[in-house]
Design a protein around this ligand. Structure first.
Ligand SMILES: Cc1ncc(COP(=O)(O)O)c(C=O)c1O
Length: 422
């Protein structure tokens, strides 16, 4: 490990070799500049190899076979669950439920906690920066139960306006459902304070940690979080696997969300009884290999360490802000660098985000365009779509330069002024 120009404590070029895809050259000799890790992160060799190891050596269904492979699979799955428990600071592994991802985790809470426990007059407190995954399930449950949705307003620079929290957090609030980090603005929300204020009012807190887990340490116990959801694929792990953390007493009080095999204690012709946690919420066959490899992804991130990741990503985000500000007509959305993570969303006067994304692709620069599953936030921003560059531990300062050069190229192309820079 060596100090680099970015001030981080790992050598990014060495680290990039852990990610086979980053060594690829695109057609036409274009380099690959992957700036879409907020949508899904690339996978280190250790994760890819772990999946291969399982399939090639001891694959079998989980929690069913007493034979050699079955026992090994169960051991590996529980080892992964225990790693995730430690990673999240949860009290016990039974509070870690494997799900299909953040969307599924939040739907589970909406369906198994919201549907039976909410009633007319109750309020759910969300924010105007939520991803649709932490908004639409609550809209549906509110419709079904007669509960009302309320929203913590945003400041003009895209932070939660906590000065106005008491207007919306009331004695009727039953749950505060909030993202730890905005997938558009990068805003890092004050989860500890929100948890404290929610609990003072007798409400629970659900944290959508989809964007925060790859960048910052999480501790559900220290932050007094009741439910927390994240997706494996944004944490350098496989797709199809995610996690719901839930406090034991809450999970115990909830009925299952999905029903079928594995989640039962006993089944009679006319009724069934439920298995203990976590099986009660893990009906059917799990994404076994993916759940095991998610543990490997956690190991990978922990071995690098969040201090080093944060230092590296701060350097990237600072450089991106500085360099993008050079571009005429540029508007960067969201708060100052101190209050945000490694996401930069922006608008450029007279440049449509989709055109920009297509032209950047011609330079091998992959960014995301659109509403990023956050339409109410874009309404707040007053634009239908933005362009988003998001960074991870494997990005480099020269990739920021390539983003900026790509934008200059796109502006020339779109305005058809000056010589063709290709
Ligand atoms: C903040 C946030 N919440 C939830 C999700 C949904 O995650 P998934 O599609 O993995 O369920 C995303 C994905 O982009 C996200 O950024």
């Amino acid at each position: 490990m060596s100090e680099t120009a970015t001030g981080s404590v790992f050598d990014v070029q060495t680290l990039r070799r852990d990610f086979p895809i980053l060594g690829r050259e695109l057609s036409g000799g274009r380099p690959l500049v992957y700036l879409d890790s907020a949508a899904s992160a690339q996978k280190p060799r250790a994760v890819i190899e772990k999946e291969r190891e399982v399939y090639e050596n001891y694959y079998a269904n989980a929690y069913r076979g007493v034979y050699d492979f079955g026992a090994r699979i169960d051991e590996e799955l529980e080892a992964s669950r225990a790693k995730i428990q430690r990673f999240l600071g949860a009290a016990e592994p039974q509070e870690i439920l494997f799900t299909a991802g953040t969307t599924m985790s939040i739907n589970l809470v909406a369906g198994a906690w919201g549907r039976p426990f909410l009633k007319p007059g109750d309020e759910l407190l969300l924010t105007e920066m939520e991803h649709h995954a932490n908004l639409v399930p609550w809209q549906q449950i509110a419709r079904e139960t007669g509960a009302t949705l309320r929203f913590i307003p945003l400041t003009t620079d895209g932070r939660l306006d906590l000065d106005r929290l008491d207007e919306v957090l009331t004695e009727r609030t039953r749950l505060v459902a909030v993202t730890a980090m905005s997938n558009v603005l990068g805003t890092i929300n004050p989860i500890d304070e929100l948890a404290r204020r929610a609990h003072e009012r007798g409400a629970l807190i659900l944290v959508d940690a989809a964007q925060s887990v790859p960048h910052h340490p999480t501790n559900v116990a220290a932050s007094a979080i009741d439910f927390l959801a994240f997706s494996g694929h944004k944490l350098f792990g496989p797709t199809g696997i995610g996690v719901l953390y839930g406090r034991r007493d809450l999970l115990e009080a909830m009925d299952p969300f999905l029903c079928g095999g594995h989640m039962i204690a006993e089944v009679f012709r006319d009724h069934s009884t439920w298995a203990e946690l976590p099986a009660k919420f893990e009906a059917g066959t799990l994404p076994i290999t993916q759940a095991i490899a998610l543990g490997t992804a956690v190991d990978y991130v922990e071995q690098i360490g969040f201090d080093a990741i944060a230092a590296h990503e701060r350097a990237l985000t600072t450089a991106a802000h500085q360099r993008l500000a050079e571009i005429p007509g540029m508007q960067i959305h969201g708060p100052a660098i101190e209050q945000k993570g490694a996401i930069v969303s922006f608008s450029i006067e007279k440049v449509h985000p989709e055109d920009l994304a297509q032209l950047l692709d011609r330079k091998g620069v992959f960014v995301r365009h659109g509403h990023h599953c956050a339409m109410p936030l874009h309404e707040h921003l007053g634009v239908p779509a933005t362009t988003r560059a998001s960074f991870a531990l494997y990005n480099t300062l020269s990739e920021i330069d390539m983003l900026v050069e790509g934008i200059h190229f796109a502006r020339k192309k779109l305005r058809l002024t000056g010589p063709d820079p290709t």
